[in-house]
Design a protein around this ligand. Structure first.
Ligand SMILES: Nc1ncnc2c1ncn2[C@@H]1O[C@H](COP(=O)(O)OP(=O)(O)OP(=O)(O)O)[C@@H](O)[C@H]1O
Length: 122
């Protein structure tokens, strides 16, 4: 196994992983749509640089959590294709990480919209 490979090769592996997730994971595709929708909302409300930073950081964290969850699920399925309570625990915790970040994303979007309508009505 080759360790310490050059950065361009690791970037290529990363892009390959992104391609796999985009092709094979419906939830990752849904997050890409959510990212596009978020960008449209940010443009529509003329969001400040701070809102852009927070929203894009949160979306990147959500997609990274989804990718790690996919990696965990693949390894769990390889190690234990049969039912095992520890696999259930690992997969449920991976799903919980994605859930926490999705909820934070929804709350952030609601706050942004609230601020937009609140300041335009005042
Ligand atoms: N081998 C297993 N042993 C125990 N429980 C499992 C096992 N496989 C799946 N589960 C349970 O089923 C849930 C869903 O698992 P699954 O692998 O279908 O993931 P998923 O969230 O539907 O992801 P995806 O649709 O992206 O594959 C897990 O969170 C876990 O509770």
């Amino acid at each position: 196994m080759n360790k310490n490979q050059p950065i361009w090769r690791r970037a290529r592996y990363g892009l390959h992983g992104l391609g796999i997730a985009a092709r094979e994971e419906a939830s990752f595709r849904a997050e890409l749509w959510a990212l596009s929708g978020t960008v449209v909302v940010l443009i529509w409300v003329h969001a400040s640089l701070m809102w852009w930073g927070m929203a894009l950081l949160l979306m990147a964290m959500l997609m990274a959590a989804e990718l790690l969850n996919t990696a965990l699920e693949s390894l769990a399925d390889l190690v234990s294709p049969e039912f095992h309570p520890l696999v259930a625990r690992a997969k449920d915790c991976g799903a919980a990480a994605v859930f926490v970040l999705s909820s934070a994303g929804v709350i952030l979007l609601l706050l942004l919209l609230w601020q937009h309508f609140h300041s335009s009505s005042g």
